[in-house]
Every structure is written in structure tokens, then in C-alpha cells.
Design a protein around this ligand. Structure first.
Ligand SMILES: [Mg+2]
Length: 365
């Protein structure tokens, strides 16, 4: 240990929606609530994509052949997936994450790592952030999420399972190593069934067994994953939360409780959208040159209007001004508006810019 340069302890949250696809279906169809439900095809070769908790009680789980699932649970209800709806919910939860940090690494539609060491709310306690995020997810989507809070990705991911569903757990630097020791390796994130099988051959059943193996041994038998296994056996995982930098656009939209016919009212609805997309740019160090407004009418037809400027948009009021001008071009509206959206595109990340970074210019280097 070098106490000259102590590395700050990171605060990582892993957020994971509970039985995501199945919960969305139960949310949208009250008749499915409280019932064993599988999202997926019931046909001979179908596979369960997600199972409700009621179905899990019968031993049904995702990736299980539908035939097997039906045998385990004869009353199982199959529902076809609606990925457009899952994607829309996923977008809603990412917007909630973005209120706290731009360091968001999605793993799938329903899971993400957040690094909240530095966060936009200036909150000290990561467990409080996790609780707020879960509460907001519940308010906005009507769905439950669980969370794990820890000082690295591996432990945050393991922690989010501890109090599932609708719960959260924290693993501190003090109890991380002991937590890992007792854990069966087959439950480790990053250890698939085939790897677990090989570990068992070498007598590695638990984290403690894994810890007893040398780095050289693990590298010899597990190749590039060796150093990762060596670290996690000690509760160490240096992997950074990698924000989704390859994204091509940033969007926000809102469906109104009552359709809007009036230009002034519609323009007012653009303001929170402009603020939301701009905040994401700001926190992520992203600049955007194209503003697009999406207008969905009461009959579900839609129109989009875009403008690309020579220079990146400057701030939220700039976004709002452009979006308002674009909206005005479709007024008078052919029909009342049920949804408005703003998307920013032609994105560049400051880090990747070719120009001199501002800080270097300031220093006169
Ligand atoms: Mg999940």
C-alpha cells in the first residue's frame, strides 16, 4: 500500500429492474397480475425470455425452453414480447440515471452501472442515491428496480441480487473481501457455466478457493480472464464505468395527458425536454449540431423537423429556441398533438475533438 497517493474509494451503483419484461406486461395488463407469466413464444421451439416472480416459484426462468416451462407450471401464461415498449421504458430509466450522473454504462435494456463518486446532485451517500433512483423509477414507470451499491462494478453487481426484488444492498470496502470468500464461484458475475465447471475441476468451489490460487495459475488456466478472477477473489475490480459514448443521438419526449392544440401550450412543453437533453450534453461533455423535433398527433401519425447549425448548440435556451422555431413550422397543427420529442444529433465528444483542449490553451502550453 502506498499511502502517498490513496486512490479515492469509488461509489458504484448497479441498478437492475425486477423481472423486467414480465413486470411491464403485468403493469400494462391487470389480468396478468399475480399470475405465472412468461414472456416469449409458447410454440414447440419457443424459449422463455423473461418469467414473472409467480412463474419463478415453479422453477421457470429465462432461457428455458417453453416446453419445459409449461411442464413445470401447467398454468403458465405466455405473452409475446413488445420490445418497443421495453425500449421506451429503458429510455425513461436512463433519463432518471442522467439526473445523477453522466457515467452510465448500460448492460442491457434493464440494467446499468452508474458511477456516482462525483454526482450531479452533490450527494455524499450512494445508498441514498440508489434509494432515490429506485423511488423515481417506481413513480415514472410503475415498476420496481433493485440496486447494489459498492466500491467496484463486480461487487455492485453481486449486491443488486442480495435483496431482490424491490430492494437494495451495500457492500463496503470493509466487508467486500469476506463477502466474496463465502460466495460460490458459479454465482460470480463473469463466471459462466463452462468456466464454473472448469473451476470445479481444479477444486475451486468458493471465492476462498479461488483466492488460494496464484495469479500465474489463473492465467495459465483461464488466460486473459485470469487477472480478473485473481482480483475479484479479493474483492478488487478496477474496471471503470464506461459511459455509452458511441451514442448517435440524445432524445427526450413526453406524452401528454390531454392532446394539445395550441402553439403556445405546445411550445411550453418543449422547455423541460430541452433542459433534459441539454443536461445530458453538459454532463457528458457532448456537443450537438442538429436539433430535431418530433410531433406525434392524436391519430398517431407523426412529423419530424430538423435543423443543423454550423456551430454546436450553446445551452438549453438555444435548444429551446431552435425547437420552438421548428414546431412553429407545422402550425396550425393538422391534428391535436399527443406527444412531443426533442432529439440532438451530429454529436461530438469534447474528449475526442482534434482541437486543443481549453485547459492547455489556458496554460499557454
Ligand atoms: Mg433485471
Amino acid at each position: 500500500m502506498n499511502d502517498m497517493s490513496p486512490s479515492p474509494i469509488r461509489k458504484i451503483i448497479h441498478v437492475d429492474m425486477d423481472a423486467f419484461y414480465a413486470s411491464v406486461e403485468q403493469r400494462d395488463n391487470p389480468e396478468l397480475r399475480g399470475k405465472p407469466l412468461a414472456v416469449g413464444g409458447s410454440a414447440a421451439r419457443g424459449v422463455v425470455a423473461a418469467a414473472s416472480y409467480e412463474a419463478r416459484a415453479f422453477g421457470v426462468h429465462s432461457a428455458m425452453p417453453s416446453v419445459t416451462a409449461k411442464r413445470k407450471c401447467p398454468d403458465l401464461i405466455f405473452v409475446p414480447p413488445r420490445f418497443d415498449v421495453y425500449r421506451a421504458v429503458s429510455q425513461q430509466i436512463r433519463e432518471i440515471f442522467a439526473e445523477y450522473t453522466s457515467m452510465i454504462e448500460p448492460l442491457s435494456l434493464d440494467e446499468a452501472y452508474l458511477d456516482v463518486t462525483q454526482n450531479l446532485k452533490g450527494m455524499e451517500i450512494a445508498t441514498e442515491i440508489a434509494l432515490e433512483i429506485r423511488t423515481k423509477i417506481r413513480q415514472v414507470t410503475g415498476l420496481n428496480a433493485s440496486a447494489g451499491i459498492s466500491y467496484n462494478k463486480f461487487l455492485a453487481k453481486m449486491a443488486s441480487d442480495l435483496n431482490k426484488p424491490n430492494g437494495q444492498a451495500v457492500i463496503t470496502p470493509k466487508n467486500g473481501p469476506a463477502f466474496v470468500e463465502t460466495l460460490p464461484v458459479k454465482k460470480f458475475h463473469g463466471v459462466g457455466p463452462a468456466t464454473a465447471e472448469r473451476m470445479h475441476k481444479y477444486g475451486i468451489e468458493t471465492g476462498l478457493d479461488l483466492k488460494s490460487k496464484s495469479l500465474a495459475f489463473l492465467q495459465e488456466h483461464f488466460g486473459k480472464a485470469g487477472p480478473y478472477f485473481y482480483g475479484i477473489a479479493r474483492g478488487i475490480d478496477e474496471r471503470q464505468v464506461k459511459p455509452d459514448r458511441v451514442r448517435k443521438s440524445i432524445g427526450a419526449e413526453d406524452t401528454f395527458t390531454q392532446d394539445i392544440d395550441d402553439l403556445e401550450l405546445a411550445t411550453a412543453e418543449l422547455r423541460p425536454l430541452a433542459q433534459k437533453v441539454w443536461r445530458y450534453c453538459e454532463t457528458g461533455g457532448i456537443s450537438a449540431k442538429t436539433v430535431t423535433v418530433k410531433i406525434k398527433y392524436s391519430d398517431f401519425t407523426q412529423a419530424t423537423r430538423s435543423r443543423t447549425s454550423a456551430h454546436p448548440v450553446a445551452d438549453a435556451s438555444d435548444v429551446l429556441a431552435i425547437a420552438s422555431a421548428l414546431l412553429a413550422t407545422v402550425h396550425p397543427f393538422v391534428r391535436p398533438i399527443r406527444l412531443l420529442g426533442i432529439t440532438l444529433s451530429s454529436l461530438t465528444n469534447e474528449d475526442a475533438d482534434n482541437g486543443q483542449p481549453q485547459s492547455q490553451l489556458d496554460l499557454g502550453i
